[in-house]
Design a binder for this molecule. Structure first.
Ligand SMILES: *Cc1c(COP(=O)(O)O)cnc(C)c1O
Length: 346
């Protein structure tokens, strides 16, 4: 093996999607594919998800939304919620990408571009439910809804959804956010629009708080088998990726492995367990371009070390590693450099 590999299992990815869909039904799954599908590779992820009937993809920005469209074709819905330039809006409108709208200014630009291009924009209006991350404030909501509704009546846009994002940090805060959210939905209904899609929850709340789920759930982490930091294991959900590097030398009874901090492995992970042909061993040190692992009987150059994965060789999950350094599993995955080859194994 010439370079470290992120080995990805389509079989496990499909199984996770199935578990998530069973759990959240009748809420529909929007698979979130931001950050190159959490480091797994957007094209592969979209291909597999589409093959098992995933109908919604959440991309964050318009550029990756267009990538989803290229891979999945015209039948799926793609949702991009980053506030975008007029050029990006044009691309999104032409390619039938749904846009998340969190400001009156952005709504105005989308309406103007739809009018200029002669197409109908599909928008999901975002109410700020407390996170203060790009959502319309409650005091501005009625005006924004009125503007959107007027444009809808004029044939320039369709209000497809109402959405927000919640902290998933405490049940009480999430309950308050939901109350604001439902009130915002009521305003849209009262204005005469009837958007089919309401979405508030990501992985954790979709899984654990059924009463918060809307008709759609935006889920990334759990589909990729990444559980919440400090959260429990999940029924039917397993990591889909394992990070593997090979031994390049044996030095004083320890294995020198071909992966280092330049490949995205945080040096603060020293002391973590990793998987080896001899079972779990200690990751002793992480240098720039290599790492040092405690030895095992019969170790040899070319042996494979599993830095994280589903546990078959004694390794722990990306989330368990992340907890050691106070971060989340997604962070471990998305930091991996391009030197780490993404390889689909089954
Ligand atoms: C990342 C993200 C999600 C998905 O979160 P997970 O916890 O990975 O499921 C959903 N909605 C928004 C707005 C996000 O940024």
């Amino acid at each position: 093996m010439s370079r470290p590999q992120l080995r990805i299992s389509s079989r496990q990815f499909r199984a996770n999607i199935e578990s998530v869909r069973d759990r959240i039904a009748p809420s529909a799954l929007m698979l979130v594919v931001k950050d190159d599908a959490y480091g797994h590779g957007l094209s592969w992820v979209v291909e597999v998800a589409e093959s098992v009937g995933v109908e919604w993809f959440g991309s964050y920005d318009v550029r990756s939304a267009l990538d989803v469209r290229r891979v999945a074709g015209g039948a799926v819905r793609v949702f991009a919620w980053a506030t975008s330039t007029d050029t990006e809006i044009d691309d999104a409108l032409v390619q039938g990408v749904d846009l998340g709208v969190g400001t009156a200014e952005y709504l105005g630009r989308i309406i103007a571009r739809a009018a200029a291009l002669g197409v109908i924009a599909r928008v999901h209006l975002k109410i700020d439910t407390g996170l203060h991350r790009n959502g319309v404030l409650r005091e501005d909501w009625d005006d924004v809804v009125a503007d959107a509704r007027a444009a809808e009546v004029a044939g320039l846009l369709e209000i497809v959804g109402v959405w927000s994002h919640i902290a998933e940090a405490s049940d009480a805060e999430d309950d308050e956010a939901q109350a604001v959210f439902l009130d915002a939905v009521r305003v849209v209904d009262d204005a005469g629009s009837a958007p089919a899609w309401q979405h508030l929850t990501a992985s954790a709340a979709s899984w654990w708080r059924p009463e918060l789920r809307g008709t759609l759930s935006r889920i990334g982490a759990f589909c990729y088998g990444v559980r919440s930091a400090d959260g429990p294991e999940l029924d039917g959900i397993r990591p889909i990726a394992s990070l593997v590097a090979s031994v390049k030398a044996i030095v004083e009874g320890e294995a020198v492995v071909d992966i280092g901090s330049f490949d995205g492995l945080p040096s603060t992970l020293a002391g973590s367990p990793v998987g080896t042909p001899g079972g779990a061993r200690e990751l002793r040190r992480i240098d720039h371009t290599s790492s040092v692992v405690q030895g095992w009987p019969g170790m040899a150059a070319g042996d494979e070390v599993h830095l994280f994965g589903a546990g078959a060789h004694g390794e722990v999950s990306a989330t368990t590693l992340a907890e050691r350094i106070d971060t989340v599993g997604e962070e471990i995955l998305t930091r991996l450099s391009v030197r780490v080859r993404r390889v689909v194994v089954d």
